[in-house]
Structures are given as C-alpha cells and as structure tokens.
Design a protein around this ligand. Structure first.
Ligand code: SAM
Length: 292
C-alpha cells in the first residue's frame, strides 16, 4: 500500500516491479494473515469491494462477472448433461453461484483450502458469496484440492473447475502434472476440466501458461485454451484451459441447447463462445512452442 497526495493506493506489480496496476483504496474492510495466505479486502469507488490474496487481486465486484461466466458456461454449453461438478478453490463463491444456475446439475462439491477466505467474502462480498447459504446442492469442504482429488473415486465428476490462486503459495500443487492426472482419473468418460491458464502478455505469466499447457496436453487428448477480458488481472486479458476426454469445445458445442435454457449472462453468449477459442497469433505461437 502506498500513500500519495494523502490517498491510499493498492498496487499489483508485474515484470519485476517495472509495471503496476493501482486502485485507490477508499476503505480498508478486512486484513488478516490466515494459515495459508494474506487476505485483504478493500473498497474502491470504480471497482467496488475487491479481495487481494498475497498481493494479487482475486475478485472485484465490478468485473467478477467476466471470470465467473467464463469458468462456468462454456463447459455447460458443450455438455449440457453434466450432473456432478467439483469446484476447487473459488472461495469468493462466484463460480458456485454461476454453476448452481443449472437446474439439471445434481451435485456441486466445492473444496476450498482456506475457510477464512469464505468467511471474509460472506461478510464483505455477498454478490458472490450468498450461494453458500442458499444452494442446497452445494457441499462446501475446507481441504487441499490436491489431496481431495488424489483421494476421490475414479469417474466421480463430469466437470472439474479449478478456480485457484496463481502457481505460488497454496495454489502451487494445482498446477502440477500429478494433479492433472488425478483430475483425469476422477472425471467421467465425458469429463471436462476447466483450469486457470494464466496470462500471455507478461513474461512470468507466459512461462506459467506454457508449463500448464504442456502438462495438460500430456494428460488429456483434447487440450484447448480460451481467453477473456478482465480488467483487474495482469494486462487485462486472461485464459482458462478446456481439457476433455472426448468433447471438443467447438466441434461439440451446442449453442441452441444452451440458448433454450434462457440464462441471462452479462459476458458469455454463444457467439462469444466461438470467439473466445479463436486466439491471437502471439498466443498461438506461445502454445505451439510447448514441447510435449
Ligand atoms: N478468480 C481468482 C483469481 O484467479 O484471481 C481466484 C479466486 S479464488 C478466491 C482462489 C481460491 O483458491 C482462494 O480462496 C484460495 O484459498 C484457493 N486455493 C488456493 N490453493 C488451493 C488448494 N490447494 N486447494 C483448494 N483451494 C485452494
């Protein structure tokens, strides 16, 4: 945090402190060091309430809809028969909120390592966290996602959503090949894995994107990447991976079926689905450079 002209600022730093994104802090709502990470919740006039973990913005009231639409809806528009979902991380609740809009889903297991994140979001960010008290299909557990997946029975889930922190601190294990292999085993024959795939603009993020892509390509027969615009993540554009045992996100896309559901979404739509998987050349080059 930095005081400038009597204003207090939060800054997230990239490229060895050569670049930063700053949001003015109008109010400090919460600050705690949990056994897993430093949790801070601030308020900014433009972005509303926002949560920072270990110095990195996780979620803001203003742009959370982008991330939560894109982690949830593309997979559901490819396989509308998904019944059992596992969410890993996602302590703010936004992913569970979006996924619970599908009445055909029977079970939503969620494994978050840090109970303090959930409790803080319940207090300060009801826009995402109200799902924790009003969704009977949701089974929230406090555990390490890596350990949970290792111990889970084979074929138990049709969809796994990895809504984790970056590959440092408690999220590190969720970017390993052992974790992706366990996800493969735990998924049903038509299973889909959506994972944090990092950014393609700043050097450190590119390296993490390559590493994640190499491991997932080694594990799944179908491993694609799709992007979305999120102003408060590094460079304003971020990626998820779409990995599957049998479904291709474009060839098996079912736009008419998804549209029939009549879900109102602020970011996702069926035209955008196709566009999100159409990557710029510099991102294609990064992915092509990955050796498997
Ligand atoms: N949308 C966010 C982003 O990418 O910036 C992620 C938000 S969500 C709050 C990330 C959550 O993952 C955190 O609450 C963190 O505690 C949780 N997490 C990190 N490592 C984990 C692990 N190994 N198992 C389960 N949850 C984990």
């Amino acid at each position: 945090m930095l005081i400038k002209n009597n204003d207090l600022w939060f800054s997230e730093y990239y490229m060895e402190d050569d670049v930063k994104l700053s949001l003015k802090i109008d109010e400090i709502l919460y600050a705690e060091r949990s056994p897993f990470q430093k949790i801070e919740i601030f308020k900014n006039k433009t972005f509303g309430v926002f949560m920072v973990l270990d110095g990195y913005i996780q979620v803001t009231e203003k742009d959370e809809f982008v991330y939560h639409d894109m982690i949830s809806h593309p997979a559901m528009a490819v396989n509308p028969d998904i019944k059992n979902v596992l969410i890993i991380g996602a302590g703010d609740g936004g992913t569970a909120r979006e996924i619970s809009r599908y009445k055909t889903i029977e079970k939503i297991d969620m494994v978050e390592i840090d109970e303090a994140v959930v409790r803080a979001c319940q207090k300060y960010m009801p826009i995402t966290s109200s799902v924790f008290t009003n969704e009977p299909r949701l089974n929230l557990m406090f555990d390490d996602g890596l350990k949970f997946v290792k111990e889970a029975p084979s074929g138990a889930y049709d969809l796994i959503l990895v809504d984790s922190t970056d590959p440092a601190g408690p999220g590190e294990g969720l970017f390993t090949i052992d974790f992706y292999k366990d996800c493969y085993r735990v998924l049903s024959e038509k299973g889909i894995l959506i994972n944090q795939h990092e950014g393609a603009f700043f050097d450190g993020d590119i390296e993490e994107m390559k590493k994640a892509h190499a491991k997932i390509k080694k594990t799944f027969p179908i491993a694609k990447v799709f992007g979305f615009n999120t102003p408060t993540y590094a460079s304003g554009y971020w990626y998820f991976g779409f990995a599957s045992k049998s479904f291709d996100p474009i060839a098996d896309f079912k736009p008419e079926q998804w549209e029939k559901l009549g879900l109102e979404t602020k970011y996702y739509n069926t035209d955008l689905h196709r566009g999100a998987f159409a990557l710029p050349n510099y991102v294609l080059d990064i992915l092509a450079s990955v050796n498997v």
